[in-house]
Design a protein around this ligand. Sequence first.
Ligand code: NDP
Length: 446
Amino acid sequence: MDPRVEQFMAKIIAKNPNEKEFHQAVQEVAESLIPFIEENPKYKHAKILERMAEPERTILFRVPWLDDKGEIQINKGYRIEMNSAIGPYKGGLRFHPTVNLSILKFLAFEQVLKNSLTTLPMGGGKGGSDFDPKGKSDNEVMRFCQSFMTELFRHIGHNTDVPAGDIGVGGREIGYLFGQYKRLKNEFTGVLTGKGIQFGGSLIRPEATGYGNVYFAQEMLKTRGESFKGKTVVVSGSGNVSQYAVEKVTQLGGKVVTLSDSAGFIHDPNGITAEKLAYVMDLKNVKRGRIKEYADKYGVEYYENKRPWGIKCDVALPCATQNEIELADAKTLVSNGCYCVSEGANMPSTPDAVEVFIEKKILYGPGKAANAGGVATSGLEMTQNSMRLPWSREEVDQRLHQIMINIHATCEKYGKESDGYINYVNGANVGGFVKVAEAMLAQGCV
Ligand code: NDP
């Protein structure tokens, strides 16, 4: 490791002990940025990167709620307000039993650079709870969301901090959270994004992360004169991001052959058609069932407790969670001929897996660039809410598509190496950093 990065990381680790996901995210960024900062000493003197690695505010709270048996349950609530240099804090809420400070700080840190890449005026934040919506009734989820918002409401606002969804937080949860916020504040504002269409939500927001990821991959493929047509695609996860990634790949002529959840994956060599995807959407979003049921219904293989990276493919779209592609998976993917990895999830590849992709010079789009379509469309939802004017589906989709093309161009600008290879990791980190750094410089020591 570059000794300057090592020195920087030693301080981060000492200040934030036992936060391994946060260390991982900061180190990946530091490796790209420290050489760049050395060439631009104004950022070094103002300690921009050091400041960016410390949240502006960290909010921790108790979330008590009553389950259906009348028993009191207690969860932890969090909101990390990471950086507001270029706009109100913006980033999702995650409800999952693995949620802890380290995971939310890594996500908030990434979010700052990602939001900057979209070119929209959004700072970065992230929040959530160790609450697990799986197996809970709608009423339990509602009571939990109401209790969560009863504390969170005093910290957020449409000009302060605008949360959205993430793992375990979809349209249902955002609706309950919004209802409680409105009740507590007695005002109707765009304080959350990902809202229902009837109360200020943007068309295409549910689709945005998955579609955006595929648009980004499409741009990467174009640099090699390729497209999705006829490609075999492996997708992980089966939630919001995965579902719409499958839809867009299929529309563009590719064939998606896998989906997964935390219990295992299905392999459908004939491809997940629009009709089968409609079944998955009903299974996951309405019945809240397991992906194994797909295998039973369509008579395909189900691999328990396994991830899909051993299936031969041209393109891989990890869309489930962090660190789901490890070193051995990366090697298997590449040796099976996969030459494009576009991350729908945040930090799904471990650092040694990323090294394999870059060493082998495959097309590798890191999450902060490739999945920025979700937050970009949240930004578009905020604009529509401020104007109190909804845009058509076509208009939002066209803007989303253009934003993904622009993010790709930014990565190319800052990440192209002398042999022509585009290092999207460096490109996204430097491209996202410059705008935030300039704003922080202009605003002084805050
Ligand atoms: P969902 O909750 O809709 O779906 C998550 C999917 O990932 C489910 O299939 C879930 O399986 C699986 N999963 C979750 N945790 C694990 C785990 N520890 N191991 C294996 N599988 C797991 O979430 P989203 O689709 O919204 O989010 C997926 C990823 O995309 C996350 O990394 C998120 O941060 C990222 N992202 C999401 C955005 C959005 O707009 N929603 C925006 C940008 C990034 P199971 O049901 O079994 O838990």
